[in-house]
Design a protein around this ligand. Structure first.
Ligand code: SAM
Length: 359
């Protein structure tokens, strides 16, 4: 293969590419050495990614109402500001009434999906989560319910699914065991994470995987392993964003992930897995004010406005300077502008995964 155009044609025709063709694109330094070639390659990749999004989803952008309902966490991921060992974190936990009230604001704003995300909070047991999901499902039969509450036994995933949850986000974070061990303490194992993803799939969820771009110890080889893992898992949703440092973690001094590389990966993922629901993530919006629009221009088709009650929102601090709007109305108004400026339109429906048409 020679040149980016040939690679794109190959990707669109086969949904894969040889390692030797992908590796240079995953190397921030390789293309940086040729700024003009890099700019041209990125422009071509992103145009192709937008065309694929248009083919499957018709330039619609789906909105998910995000509620970060607890920042208590028993896990100790070295990169994360709400890790158990961060004694400086100001902890909060919403109760059922507060979560249900936040769900009502999502529904009143007209969104078709709510996402409940939190740390691995021992007081939010599986049974308690199950009762919450059942109550939301009872009140809103058509609302898509997405959970993002970490690793649990298969029986728990099944119970939450039976209670009415539709989707589950659980990023693998990295598909390479050596890299996983660099990012997590020994009691957190990649095999457990991947098992959980398999359990979620078996329980009938639309599943979301993903990883951080530029996490400490990540090289093009690890990124390639991530792409290969996602090609094999074929998740309905893929969340990627730059790694961003948090000052109270072991990675306080680590450099943040590269924005351009993140956008290139969004585009590559759209070409590898054209049906994926791909958010322009909060981390992307934090890395750059133009991050959301850039994500949409790279082929993303999901935005996640934050409906966490303002009183606690600042405490869901995964990384420093996390982007947040003053009010939900301001965020939604901004989103409308951003979606329009990317030449897309908002779809307020549930935004379920769609199979790509043949061809
Ligand atoms: N506890 C659940 C779990 O582990 O899946 C959900 C919450 S967890 C905080 C959500 C995601 O935040 C993680 O999957 C991780 O990729 C991302 N995250 C955490 N710290 C981050 C950082 N410093 N920079 C970028 N993303 C980060």
């Amino acid at each position: 293969m020679s040149g980016i155009d040939a690679l794109i044609r190959h990707l669109v025709a086969t949904r894969t590419a040889p390692d030797a063709e992908l590796l240079p694109l995953l190397d921030p330094d390789w293309l940086a050495a040729w700024p003009e070639r890099r700019a041209a390659a990125d422009a071509a990749l992103m145009a192709a990614a937008r065309a694929e999004r248009r083919r499957v989803y018709g330039d619609t952008v789906f909105l998910r109402g995000l509620i970060e309902f607890t920042n208590y966490c028993s896990n100790d991921c070295y990169y994360c500001g709400i890790r158990a060992s961060n004694r400086a974190a100001v902890r909060y936990r919403l109760d059922e009434a507060a979560i249900l009230a936040a769900v009502e604001t999502v529904v009143r704003a007209g969104l078709g999906t709510v996402v409940l995300q939190g740390g691995e909070d021992p007081l939010w047991t599986c049974g308690r989560l199950e009762a919450l999901v059942r109550e939301i499902r009872g009140a809103h039969p058509d609302l898509a319910i997405t959970l993002s509450v970490g690793e649990h036994p298969a029986a728990c995933y099944q119970a939450l699914r039976a209670a009415g949850a539709d989707r589950y986000l659980l990023r693998e974070e990295t598909a390479d065991p050596r890299h996983y061990a660099l990012l997590h303490p020994p009691h957190q194992q990649l095999a457990t994470r991947l098992r959980a993803l398999a359990d979620l799939r078996a329980a009938g969820y639309q599943v979301g995987g993903g990883f951080m771009v530029g996490s400490p110890g990540q090289s093009p080889r690890e990124l390639l392993a991530d792409l290969r893992y996602l090609q094999q898992l074929r998740p309905e949703m893929i969340g990627i964003g730059p790694f961003l440092h948090h000052h109270e973690t072991p990675f306080a001094a680590a450099p943040d992930g590269d924005l351009r590389l993140t956008l290139r990966l969004v585009a590559l993922l759209r070409l590898l897995l054209p049906s994926a629901l791909l958010p322009a993530t909060t981390a992307l919006a934090t890395a750059s004010e133009a991050g959301r629009v850039a994500g949409l221009n790279a082929g993303a088709n999901v935005l996640m406005p934050n409906f966490t009650p303002p009183a606690v929102r600042a405490d869901y601090s995964l990384y420093d300077n996390k982007s947040r709007a003053d009010t939900i109305d301001a965020d939604l108004a901004e989103i409308r502008r951003q979606v329009e400026s990317a030449g897309c339109r908002i779809d307020f429906g549930r935004g379920d995964w769609r199979a790509a048409p043949e061809g």
